[in-house]
Design a protein around this ligand. Structure first.
Ligand code: GTP
Ligand code: MG
Length: 237
């Protein structure tokens, strides 16, 4: 494609995107109360699931004298990325369609030190009788071509309101510190549009290599931790 055509395509996309943003913003203006209410349900659901993980961490800390969770981050999807997803997936602009099709409006990221803690926490969460698993993607077992690794769960939890109970979807990403460190840097590359194509490809290759090294480090640290635990148990007996 020559420069003139590239510019024309970009301009058309810009106009299309803006039209869509305007349409969405107008929808929010006209449905302000139910829209705000829906977003508040997602904030409540984050609180519920975050508390579940904090309780598990507290219990492990008391029972086994260790914290499987290093940190928890949460976020509500920004309006900008919500618009982008609605546009890219051709989702109708209605609250029902948004609630049904966009499963990552409420997002939680659970950072662990060791890979085994990820699966242990997953099991503890999913065996709770008010948590329903909607979708599971194991990018640790099958990393993305970029090298991205994490365990993704979409769960549904009830939130108890004044006179009503509602089931709300939350995306939970579980990863180790090393996986999180890698993903943060790779995210920077992904969104830097100003890096020339050939340089960006080279950096992506380097990052994919670092993901392998980082996975090996996670594995070795896990083995050492397990050896320390069994040495400790033998010493205690
Ligand atoms: P999205 O539209 O991005 O939500 O895609 P999806 O619904 O197919 O979900 P996916 O399982 O790909 O995971 C989405 C989320 O995982 C993203 O919003 C990121 O937080 C994270 N993620 C997925 N792939 C990558 C990646 O290659 N690099 C980084 N840094 N993060 C990723
Ligand atoms: Mg997402």
């Amino acid at each position: 494609m020559d420069l003139k055509n590239i510019l024309k395509t970009r301009k058309e996309k810009f106009v299309r995107d803006n039209l869509m943003s305007d349409e969405f913003l107008e929808f929010i203006r006209q449905n302000k109360e139910p829209y705000d209410m829906l977003m508040s349900y997602y904030r409540c659901a984050i609180m519920e699931v975050e508390t579940k993980f904090k309780v598990l961490n507290e219990q492990f800390s008391l029972q086994y004298d260790r914290n499987p969770i290093e940190g928890i981050k949460s976020r509500i999807k920004s309006r900008k990325s919500l618009i982008k997803k609605i546009r890219n997936r051709g989702i109708p602009i209605t609250l029902e369609a948004i609630e049904e099709n966009i499963t990552d409006i409420a997002g939680l990221r659970i950072i662990c030190s060791f890979p085994e803690d990820i699966y242990m926490l997953e099991e503890c969460l999913l065996e709770q009788d008010d948590v329903t698993l909607i979708e599971r993607k194991n990018y640790i077992k099958e990393p993305k071509p970029s090298g991205y690794r994490s365990l993704h769960l979409i769960v549904e939890v009830p939130i108890f309101l004044h006179k009503e109970k509602r089931n709300v979807k939350v995306e939970v990403q579980l990863r180790t510190i090393a996986m999180d460190f890698w993903a943060s840097l790779e995210h920077k590359l992904r969104y830097k549009k100003s890096i020339p194509e050939n340089q960006s490809q080279e950096l992506a290759r380097e990052l994919a290599e670092c993901a392998e090294i980082s996975a090996m480090l996670d594995e070795r640290m896990q083995i050492i931790r397990n050896k320390i635990s069994s040495a400790q148990e033998n010493g205690d007996n």
